[in-house]
Design a protein around this ligand. Structure first.
Ligand SMILES: [Cu+2]
Length: 117
């Protein structure tokens, strides 16, 4: 009888141990945030024209093409979108963005900057 009780206690301890291990949150190795921005694109510029994020952030830029189709193109990061640009900022630095669509005489002057810290 005693053996049975001891056996049951051991079983309960094992089950409790499993629950404890499962409920302990894993160690966070890298903290990444989601960052969303709305950028107005117009002839011939962007507002805001500088966006700063942290390395590892999941970035979503909603491009508000106010007067023509502009979009954003960041050649160094191989990114190009007309309406919603989504990416993970996995490289630090400063990256110039340009207008992605020929929109008129000032097209070439359209620029902005993404800063990844
Ligand atoms: Cu353009």
């Amino acid at each position: 009888m005693k053996k049975l009780i001891i056996g049951m206690i051991i079983m309960l301890l094992i089950i409790a141990g499993i629950f404890f291990i499962k409920s302990t949150p894993g160690k966070v190795i890298e903290q990444s945030d989601s960052k969303e921005f709305t950028v107005k694109a117009f002839k011939y510029g962007y507002s805001p024209e500088i966006i700063t994020v942290n390395k590892g952030d999941k970035v979503r830029i909603i491009i508000d093409n106010t007067d023509a189709l502009h979009g954003i193109r960041i050649p160094e990061l191989n990114l190009r979108e007309n309406e919603i640009l989504e990416f993970t900022a996995d490289k630090t630095g400063e990256f110039i963005w340009y207008c992605a669509n020929m929109c008129g005489g000032g097209h070439i002057e359209m620029q902005g900057k993404l800063i990844v810290k």
